[in-house]
Design a protein around this ligand. Sequence first.
Ligand code: PLP
Length: 377
Amino acid sequence: MRIYLDNAATTPLDPEVFEAMKPFMLEDFGNPSSTHAHGRTVRAAIESARKKIAELLNCTPGEIIFTSGGTEADNTILTGGIISYSVQNIITSPIEHHAVEETLNHLSKKKHIHLHKVNLDKHGNVDLQHLDQLLHKHPSALVSLMHANNEIGNLLDIEAVSELCSHHKAYFHSDTVQTVGHYPHNLKKIKVHGIAAAAHKFHGPKGIGFMFIRKDKKIQSFIHGGPQERSMRGGTENVYGIIGLAKALEIAYRDLDKHKPYILGLKSRMIEKLKQNIPGVTFHGNSADLDKSLYTVLNVCLPESDQNSMLLFNLDLHGISASGGSACSSGATAGSHVLSALYPDSKKGAVRFSFSKYNTETEIDVAVEKLRECLSV
Ligand SMILES: Cc1ncc(COP(=O)(O)O)c(C=O)c1O
């Protein structure tokens, strides 16, 4: 039996989503920019997908812009925000996803912008008092803080941060790639200017996502070309991706009340089983705190051992797909900038298990048993 516990990297496509996409792969192939009937049918489907997403997130359809995924959405919001608002100071954290971290490093070097890192507590939580101090010193900064960390699962109090940013007139971007489709987002209430989402994190297709850009904080485009996406993103739309994205988001929110407690149950089961079976096990960040972390992510901290360096490789041989923190470090426990920032001297092992509605209690039990075998404990 092969067990997939790497759902923060990507999730399997929901068959209901695939069914919704199929007609747009085969019959409805027109270019949405064409004015003839073939094009108009597809245009109508895209606009109804946009409307559906806007309804689910409580914003207006014009504030939703389709992208190729989370990375492009983050790049566009950050680059556009910095140029459009002549940003001189950026406030961010040391544990952002590379889509944000690398973009900000690049932009700050190129445009001589000052990058300020907000303090984190020992579990990786943003120090809101320090954020307030930084904003006092640098009002009108651009703040980029992720809603949930993809490696350790820590949740940010996005509402509190949005209030602080609004008070200091800062531009606020939040990478919400791990929370869209998993937590409700009321964008009328949360004073965020830009968020990013990727469909493949909630059982939609890969290569499609969207950004929300608040209508009173418009930014310049990033990909230049045709007038698609209200001239915010040139290029023929990924039609079946967009249809699949909207369907996946609709299903995610339709079934949230059922799936959230189920997945949370799997996570708490794993925490208990690990505590019973792996001596000395602890958990990175907030990930064992069920209220303060993603219910989909558990980052396990293992006592120092010779087995740790080959652990993910061995788990894979034992039929378990998990990761070392982020997808890019699969096969090795080294390489997580998040864990290095929080635990600089640690020689402990790390495995990130991440769950979805398709996982079962049996899979959790088998995964813990296989981990125990790999560690020879
Ligand atoms: C928090 C976060 N931001 C951004 C991304 C990038 O998304 P994509 O791979 O769709 O570009 C990911 C995906 O791993 C993520 O977890």
